[in-house]
Design a binder for this molecule. Structure first.
Ligand code: URA
Length: 434
């Protein structure tokens, strides 16, 4: 078999066999196939597309290219959750303890943030002492004991995807739905869960800008999951404005704890209950979504999810006193409130701009190796649909230097659209694909 023939076949729009896809991924992982041939293949796949069978084969080949977690020593159905990335998305910090307290074993491998979207691992690192690296034995033991462990994904998980993603980044082939779907699902499959709940974000702060694209991506990922025997459900959810109010690592941890205390923003609570209900159902722990939801509401409102969060933080070496004493989290020296100078209704908040403002403050990474500042970020006091009077507090900026604070203020002011009429609000949950 020769790589050049595989590229030519794809360039002509013909369907590749499983053997040809395996030959490409195995050869590329072992460095027998050079980047220039892989790049040519990606461009051919970008223009010609991949059939559902090819996409499934590509996913499995990438999932098998490195370590594959064996979670069989954990009793029960393991359910993972994945978000395609957004601004202010701290869902895992609430959802993990919430469903773990309901009995779902959660063995989670998470990533760091890149660009204007944040990563769970960065957020958790703002908890003093919290360890994001753990050997396999301790990881499995913790899931058995606590029902929840979250570790940083290593480069040994789907290394073929790691190499291909970096190559896509520099060859203008990132935004291909089959390539994105295979990339995301290869890591989820290698991470070993029996079932997967996907949160596909759509809107100005997400990868997918239109509902049409988001539903296609969701359908492609669900199809892959079904093909490889991992039950998968996808929700398409709104990312036209940030989720919750806080954007920035330690600020998001505070907001997640507030939510676990029953004092968090409504949209974050709602999303966690909705995704959590799907997880409970896939775990086989409730007979229908309504039963699952009322169980989760009870767990959240009784403080059991907060207790589980405390147990989880302590198990991974973190200082659980942060739950009562937010001042133990990293905090920025400059905190400044910005007030409204007009009256009306918030019609729009460009989520991507808010993410970029947080990046300007140092909360996000411009490149994979950039250092980040865990203390900085933004807290929005007005969300889409809210009434604004001149002089109302609009948002707060947390910064380490004045220059960045001024720049971030300017970006966020521009991110807000305020009009005379209240907007037609988009639903938080746009739909579900099974
Ligand atoms: N996230 C991934 O993991 N892969 C992609 O291709 C896009 C987003």
């Amino acid at each position: 078999m020769r790589m050049v023939d595989i590229i030519l076949k794809k360039r002509r729009g013909q369907e590749l066999s499983t053997e040809e896809i395996n030959f490409f991924i195995e050869g590329y992982t072992r460095e027998n196939i050079p980047d220039y041939q892989a790049a040519a293949f990606l461009m051919a796949a970008f223009f010609q597309g991949l059939t559902p069978r090819e996409t499934g084969d590509l996913t499995l080949a990438m999932a098998r290219s490195g370590d594959q977690a064996d979670l069989s020593s954990i009793p029960g159905r393991k359910v993972d959750k994945h978000s395609t990335g957004g601004v202010g998305d701290k869902t895992t910090l609430v959802l993990g303890p919430l469903v773990a307290a309901a009995g779902v074993p959660v063995a989670k491998m998470s990533g760091r943030g890149l660009g204007h979207t944040g990563g769970t691992i960065d957020k958790l690192e703002s908890v003093p002492g919290f360890q994001v690296a753990m050997d396999n034995r301790s990881f499995l033991d913790q899931v058995n004991r606590v029902k929840l462990a979250v570790v940083a994904q290593t480069g040994h998980l789907a290394p073929a995807d790691k190499k291909l993603y970096a190559l896509r980044d520099v060859t203008a082939t990132v935004d291909s739905i089959p390539l994105i779907a295979a990339s995301v699902m290869s890591k989820k499959i290698a991470a070993g869960a029996d079932a997967i709940v996907l949160d596909v974000k759509v809107g100005s702060g997400a990868f997918m800008k239109s509902p049409g694209e988001a539903f296609t991506l969701a359908g492609t990922m669900v199809d892959i999951g079904t093909r490889v025997g991992r039950q998968t459900v996808a929700l398409v959810t709104d990312m036209d404005q940030p989720l919750g109010n806080a954007v920035g690592n330690a600020l998001e941890v505070k907001e997640a704890i507030d939510t676990l205390k029953g004092k968090g923003p409504r949209d974050l609570r709602e999303l966690c209950l909705t995704l959590g209900s799907e997880m409970i159902l896939l775990a086989g722990l409730a007979r229908d979504l309504e039963t699952a939801r009322s169980r989760l509401e009870q767990i959240l409102d009784s403080g059991l999810a907060l207790d589980k969060f405390r147990e989880f933080i302590t198990a991974q070496g973190g200082n659980a006193q942060i739950i009562e004493r937010y001042e133990l989290l990293p905090h920025a020296p400059i905190a400044q409130t910005v007030f409204a100078d007009v009256e009306g209704y918030v019609r729009e908040i460009q989520a991507e701009q808010v993410g970029l403002a947080a990046m300007t403050l140092g909360a996000g990474r411009a490149t994979k190796d950039s250092a980040i500042d865990l203390s900085v970020g933004v807290v929005l006091h007005k969300k889409v649909g809210d009434k604004v009077n001149a002089g109302d507090p609009m948002f707060e900026i947390y910064a380490t230097n004045r220059e960045n604070a001024v720049l971030a203020e300017k970006i966020i002011r521009q991110a807000y659209s305020i009009g005379k009429e209240p907007p037609v609000r988009r639903n938080l949950i746009l739909g579900k694909v099974t």
